[in-house]
Design a protein. Structure first.
Lengths: 119, 119
């Protein structure tokens, strides 16, 4: 039985906007991501997406509002909802979503990260 | 868009071993639980189960080992695996598992909590 320590895992990578898988629950993945500056507007048509803030502060811009999220907070972005995460300083977050979800959702561009990168 | 603050949610209840739902991701639920002393040996035949430690220290006893988990750590208990969580002092954890999972799994006894209690 192997436990997972978030701080230890966060020390294993430094690239931003590139989710790293740390665990699977059935067909769902828990992924750590370091983010800074702006991401691309996108949506996930087939699934909700959970953001849990482990360190720092992030913002998620929606079409009608922007939500600020700090360490110890989470949000569920409902499927099909356009959103754009960003952070002024580097922040570390955990995503929870089904295996196979692309970070840029319905968009493929230079921010699209390889999937299923385990650390 | 409603964000969720773990500390705020933890202040909303004081009973132990009684999971409170704070969010849903598709058909999965995120549940907060305060635990102390011993729980019952049980397993979940149909699903893995994630434990994320938000505050304090817990132990999960398996048939061949006991794992200690501290704040900032998580573990995936694979489906069908007998386990018994316990905590020497009160600890606060978050469970992630499909909607409808009973806290005592394949056992029904006085520790079995009502399901789907939202806070």
């Amino acid at each position: 039985m192997k436990k997972i320590n978030f701080k230890d895992k966060l020390q294993k990578f430094s690239d931003q906007w590139s989710p790293k898988v740390i665990a699977e629950l059935n067909n769902y993945q828990f992924k750590l991501v370091k983010i800074q500056n702006d991401f691309v507007w996108h949506k996930h048509d087939d699934t909700d997406e959970v953001f849990i803030i482990l360190k720092g502060k992030i913002f998620i811009e929606f079409e009608n509002e922007t939500v600020e999220l700090n360490e110890g907070e989470m949000i569920v972005v409902p499927k099909g909802t356009k959103h754009r995460p960003y952070a002024k300083k580097e922040a570390s977050i955990m995503l929870v979503e089904p295996r196979g979800v692309l970070n840029t959702g319905d968009i493929v561009d230079e921010m699209t990260a390889p999937n299923d990168q385990w650390i």
